[in-house]
Ligand binder design. Structure first.
Ligand SMILES: [Zn+2]
Length: 417
């Protein structure tokens, strides 16, 4: 670590509130500092090592709910790079601190450990020139590698930030994981202690400041079932399900904010000549706007109830059906205002480094802080990704150092007062 005083002067504590100053171009201002310059040089120079980390972590399987081995490898890396208070919390998140001059502002800089791929998937990474191929190589092994690359760059330049940075690898970002890692971070591990949050997820230069929220439901109609001919005249769960899907299919939703619905899976029944005893569907409802999502959910709940009533009444309540609607996933929507210091800092950093500025929306770990009105963004980790969530997932590392460099400058910027 650089001496307190030198850095204190160098990193602009003499102009307090650098981050929150109206119109302050924090990216350019910071780059005038020699130690920041050294960190950015290191981010570029050590990119080959960052790519090695990306491959190394990616070849450790991390299926949903089984992130333990990859977490352990990250924990060791955090320890080797000198982070303090390195630990794995009760749900499996890996945390390590890089203390600043003071505890606050406290920045969390994270990426997610889990993948969508089931146990037994071949996770060997094939490398050919600038191309890396393997399940999870971009989403989110790239994010994990960039987190490590940022620590390396800051250490190399002996940077001591005014605020403290906790680096985190989260569990449960994907699908059924339902953001359980980041939820635990804000509810328990670091509750009330996070001032700013960044997730590095996937590739490219984008800045995600709108969180698309979703409700996921598993809906089941149940009855007594019977012979299709002999028991004819009783309510039929599959028919009820069909009524419900028919109503959902006719939903009108707005384009802006984009609001969507999808019946993704259906099932039920035993044979062609049986009245089923149950039928089910899985439904995904999404919007970046809280009120629109709530309105959509209300309508959805109403029509699945209507379908039940109609089917029961159609058969004069013979073999009366029941309905179970279970919420299987909840990702709250949210947004960090474009005018907020954290988004402005990210925009300024991209511009200072000559990267395009692209503001985006998505469903990521940042959904949780955004829904709690804690300043948060998700950024890409640089390079180019293709085929996310498929076995053909690939990462092109051409100029990917620019992503590591952007992340490093942003981390420094967001650890300012
Ligand atoms: Zn991801």
């Amino acid at each position: 670590m650089r001496s307190f005083r030198v850095f204190w002067m160098a990193l602009g504590v003499l102009t307090p509130g650098l981050l929150s100053q109206e119109g302050a171009d924090i990216g350019t201002t910071l780059m005038e500092d020699p130690s920041v310059k050294a960190a950015l040089d290191a981010a570029q120079r050590f990119e080959p090592q960052t790519l090695e980390d990306q491959i190394r972590l990616c070849e450790i399987p991390a299926p949903p709910f089984q992130e333990g081995r990859r977490a352990e490898a990250l924990r060791r890396t955090f320890e080797e790079s000198g982070l303090e208070n390195v630990r794995i919390d009760e749900v499996g998140n890996v945390l390590g601190e890089r203390p600043g001059q003071s505890r606050r502002p406290h920045l969390v800089f994270s990426a997610h450990l889990d993948t969508v791929f089931p146990e037994g998937t071949n996770v060997k990474v094939a490398r050919e020139g600038t191309s890396l191929k393997g399940p999870g190589i971009a989403d989110d092994c790239r994010g994990l590698a960039v987190v490590i690359g940022v620590i390396r760059a800051l250490n190399h330049a002996k940077i001591r930030t005014p605020g403290t940075i906790t680096f985190v690898g989260t569990v449960g970002e994907e699908g059924l994981g339902d953001l359980r890692g980041v939820k635990n971070l804000f509810e328990r591990s670091l509750s009330d202690a996070i001032d700013r949050f960044v997730s590095v997820d996937g590739t490219g230069p984008a800045i995600t400041h709108i969180a698309v929220g979703s409700y996921r439901y598993r809906v089941k109609y149940k009855g007594s079932g019977g012979h299709s001919y002999g028991a004819f005249g009783m309510a039929n769960p599959i028919h009820a399900l069909g009524r419900a899907i028919g109503k959902i299919a006719e939903f009108q939703v707005q384009k802006d904010p984009k609001t969507t619905f999808n019946v993704g899976r259906i099932g039920g029944g035993t044979s062609v000549n049986s009245i089923a005893h149950e039928a089910w569907m899985e439904v995904d409802l999404r919007s970046a706007d809280k009120d629109s999502l709530q309105a959509l959910e209300d309508r959805f709940r109403k029509v699945i109830g209507q379908a039940l009533t109609e089917e029961n009444e159609r058969w004069a309540n013979r073999g009366k059906l029941s309905l179970i609607a279970e919420l299987s996933g909840l990702r709250p929507p949210g947004r960090t205002a474009e005018s907020s210091p954290i988004v402005q800092a990210a925009v300024s950093v991209n511009k200072a480094l000559g990267l395009p500025v692209r503001l985006a929306e998505g469903s990521t770990d940042s959904n949780i802080p955004m829904s709690l009105n804690i300043p948060a963004i998700t950024i890409g980790g640089g390079g180019t990704g293709t085929g996310a969530h498929s076995l053909d997932e690939a990462f092109d590392s051409t100029d990917s150092w620019r992503g590591t460099q952007r992340a490093a400058l942003l981390a420094i910027a967001l650890a300012q007062n």
